[in-house]
Write a protein that binds this ligand. Structure first.
Ligand SMILES: *Cc1c(COP(=O)(O)O)cnc(C)c1O
Length: 458
């Protein structure tokens, strides 16, 4: 018999989770105004809300915590982080921040001004939020293939070079401070960007005098896909691939809650000393002194160890195979999911799941509600709620894809949990015709409404 693939780690500490009854979940969700961000975590059996900050740290990361240096200035933990970032990404300078959006806030305070245009591949919601907050605009240049949910393309996160060139040709280049490449492309399904695309986008941006910033939250998963799918990379190590990816960028923003496998943290990496110096001023104002920037020494230590672990092939293989394991079960049952599956999550195509529900009734959020009621699993909407209103017209923006994301936390759940999740989704799929209508908004915030929106069932 061929030996099956199994996780390349074992468990040293456990945390109890509880099941609930359907009646309890009906009540809790109504009290939460049909927004799963309002649920207590104890009301959730399996939490797939996000893979952000929800990973399990390793024994070595916990050991690193004990060695943290909590000095205000010049801590050894800071120097360790500086050396790690230089080693893995090639950047000489960096600023620690408390998480990814803080990195965006600091960097964009230098780079983004009113009326600016920032092209990229499906900007992440906080990235878009920080740009639009400064009265600037984003332009999504993701390749069209990304919007066909069943079409196979190895790098659906790629930027379309023709679309990008059009942005440069139709606008004043001084208004385009940077191009943001998000790896992997979270919003369009955790899809990777190829090395060739990073190289070509970088060449074009630099040709027009723009900077290239990599939004790097899942950079290691992106490197794994390059190794498996892109010609010429099969024999390169993940660390070699990572080094090359970042050699094309001028700066990086990082949410360490993803591929650094820590619960909190972030940073900005800089190839340009002058940009680092300008950003330092904002870091001191918003985050903290340049050698800690919102992080404690022990957290910086764990982050460094996490970066080294996340760039090991065995870790990435274990992680991505688990996502594929769940995807296989859903596909065999006919559930419409985005293909190929990305690195950190499964995305269900809600328009195909519930074709009977009109887009005005928040199709993907309706599925989030049904999945919670069925099995106590918490997922998240990546659809009209997340797309928010147009800042000028205040009309709902209806994205081409209405998705429900099942984000898989790193090293947390077993494949029996995956079996349970698959059964929950398949049960809702089997009775999908019984769901006749969706939701209506009672209350919403003016920006990033999905976190706090209050809804009612129709
Ligand atoms: C999570 C994430 C961010 C924001 O990071 P936070 O740590 O949540 O503030 C930015 N970009 C991408 C692609 C992300 O996944």
């Amino acid at each position: 018999m061929e030996l099956p693939f199994a996780e390349l780690y074992k468990t040293k500490m456990v945390e109890t989770i509880r099941r609930s009854t359907r009646e309890e979940r009906e009540r809790w969700l109504k009290d939460a105004s049909y927004n799963v961000f309002n649920l207590r975590s104890s009301y959730v059996y399996i939490d797939l809300l996000t893979d952000s900050g929800t990973g399990a740290m390793s024994d070595r990361q916990w050991a690193e915590m004990m060695l943290g240096d909590e000095s205000y200035a010049g801590a050894s933990s800071y120097l360790k982080m500086k050396a790690t970032i230089k080693d893995l990404f090639g950047f000489n300078d960096f600023l620690p921040t408390h998480q990814g959006r803080a990195a965006e806030n600091v960097l964009f305070s230098v780079l983004v001004h009113e009326g600016d245009i920032v092209p990229g591949n499906s900007h992440f919601d906080t990235t878009k939020g920080h740009i639009e907050f400064r009265h600037a605009h984003t332009i999504d240049c993701t390749i069209d293939e990304a919007f066909d949910s069943t079409l196979y393309h190895p790098f659906k996160g790629n930027i379309d070079l023709d679309k990008l060139e059009k942005v440069f040709k139709e606008n004043q280049v001084e208004k385009i401070p940077m191009v943001i490449i998000t790896i992997t492309n979270n919003t369009s399904g955790g899809q990777p960007v190829s090395m060739q695309n990073i190289r070509e986008v970088s060449a074009m941006a630099h040709h027009y005098g723009s900077l290239v910033v990599i939004d790097s939250a899942r950079f290691a998963e992106n490197a794994y896909f390059i190794k498996l799918r892109e010609e010429g990379y099969a024999d390169k190590s993940i660390k070699e691939i990572v080094k090359e990816m970042f050699s094309y960028a001028d700066a990086m923003t990082m949410s360490s809650k993803k591929d650094a496998i820590v619960n909190m943290g972030g940073f900005i990496g800089f190839g340009d000393r002058a940009l680092y110096e300008k950003a330092s001023v904002y870091n001191i104002m918003f985050e903290g002194f340049v050698t800690y920037g919102g992080m404690s020494g022990r957290d910086m230590n764990a982050l460094c160890q996490g970066l080294y672990e996340a760039t090991e092939f065995d870790y990435l293989q274990t992680r991505i195979k688990q996502v594929e394991y769940l995807a296989d079960k859903l596909l065999r049952h006919g559930v419409p999911i985005l293909q190929p599956t990305g690195g950190h999550a499964i995305f269900i195509d809600a328009k195909k799941f519930f074709p009977q529900i009109p887009k005005e009734e928040y199709i993907a959020q309706t599925l989030v509600v049904e999945l919670y009621l069925e099995g106590g699993i918490r997922t998240v909407e990546v659809g009209t709620l997340l797309a928010d209103r147009d800042p000028d017209t205040r009309e709902n923006r209806y994205p081409r894809l209405e998705l429900v994301r099942l984000a898989i936390p790193r090293r947390v759940y077993s494949n029996s949990h995956m079996d349970y999740i698959a059964a929950t989704v398949c049960n809702v799929f089997d009775r999908r015709d019984e769901v006749k209508s969706g939701l209506v908004i009672k209350n919403e915030a003016p920006i990033m409404r999905h976190f706090t929106v209050e809804l009612e069932r129709l």
